[in-house]
Design a protein around this ligand. Sequence first.
Ligand code: NAP
Length: 490
Amino acid sequence: MSTTTVPAKENSAATTNDAVLQLNCYIAGNPIKSENVLEVRSPYDDRLVGTVTLAGAKETDQAIEAGLKGGRNLNRYERYSVLEKARGILMNRKEEIAQLISAESGLAIREARYEMGRAHDVLMFAAIECLKDDGQIFSCDISPTGKARKIFTFREPLNLAVAITPFNHPLNQVAHKIAPAIACGTPVILKPSEKTPLTAIRLTEILYEAGLPPHMLSVVLGPTNEVAEKLVKDGRIDLVSFTGSVAVGKRIAQTAGYKKVILELGGNDPLIILEDADLDTAVTLAAEGSFRNSGQRCTAVKRILVHEKVKDAFTKKFLEKVKDYSYGDPADDDTKVGTVIDEQAAIYLEDVTKKAVEQGAKVLSGGNRTGALLEPTVITDVPRDAQMVMQESFGPLAPILSFKDIDDAIALSNSTVYGLSAGIVTNNMQHAMRFIKELKVGTVNINEVPGYRIENSPFGGIKDSGLGIKEGVIEAMKCFSFIKTFSMPW
Ligand code: NAP
């Protein structure tokens, strides 16, 4: 955490304006009382959206102890019921929570409503998984050295897990870690992004309301060394599940010590448009992939790679399409692209655009910035080594690069340190198969955006995008539990 915190008594806006939420971190259901609060401001107009009382090293320790001490254990049906009830409460408060997501993140309200649907699915799928038996049986008399025995497996919860989440999907990133943990019966300490903590705390409260035993979930925010880093290093924690930037993820990998670590990190996903592609499909996917969620998805289209023979035709159609992506006030129903997370992030995007232009790229549309609000921007002739495309640009930039043939496209796609996902636009099955086999990424989607998935399918990247350990409800449940085996004469 790096933002300035203010003593609670000086936080006059929070006490005079009813619309300002005053929320707390929680240790096993108990709100943290603190002198210091974090102010959460709208990236669009800087208004105070809410405040959160902060934890320190002492409260972080208390959260660990409360999780380890345990409490009432829920059976499978009870875990199912809590998740189902939480889903119901969330849906009853759909518009309120969507507005909170939009207010604290600057995401357009239509994106926040979409995110509500994703969180609904996560809770539903996690609830369903509670009811499925996940054991296996191995007969042992199947080799010359075999015996008349059977080996059985079942899953046990971890003692305690930590979930650290980023800002870009304030609700769904949190649901994606908490729901599978609950489905396994694993207590979890949540450390949400300091930029979007309000939605995460609301979800925590909803889970308590749905009957989650308090020891199963704590939520803490505070100085990085006293909260996040302390949790990562603590030897009593069994798992750190982290989603965020490569730099922080690699630091966690170095400091976590002897525990499970799940890392879902940055991406630099290409949309690869082949010569035979349906250009209307390509244009729609390029625009949706580049600009949805203000371009702030790990799987957003961050490079548009187009066959040189169709580049001009694609670009012409794309420039027409971009006009549909109105940007502005996130609260406005008609706005498609809200702000990025803060002004600093928007300045970074402006800066990498300028650098690409100095290297010969051309801005064809957009590029204007007011505070954290950046116009959807189309840039062509981007050099292959431009910072904009070699590193992750987390915002509504659409850099176009061309390639000459499939070998070139595969080499170009694989040329960065990232390996999250890719989208291919083609009607040629053989070409599609080559990309599926040869791209060094976790997911390849044909005639879809790179990020397409459902909430219980395996998801995650390789190379600097992650360790290849997948999330998605079903895979995440494997992470949030241990397999125990037992054998019996048979
Ligand atoms: P970030 O800066 O890495 O922060 C992520 C989380 O880590 C926040 O809660 C942050 O807390 C915490 N943190 C910061 N320093 C830490 C430390 N030393 N030890 C432990 N935790 C620490 O990432 P972000 O800017 O919020 O999110 C954007 C990034 O997430 C992008 O790179 C995006 O691609 C990636 N992402 C990846 C996926 C995926 O599934 N692969 C999905 C979504 C996003 P504070 O807020 O208090 O600093």
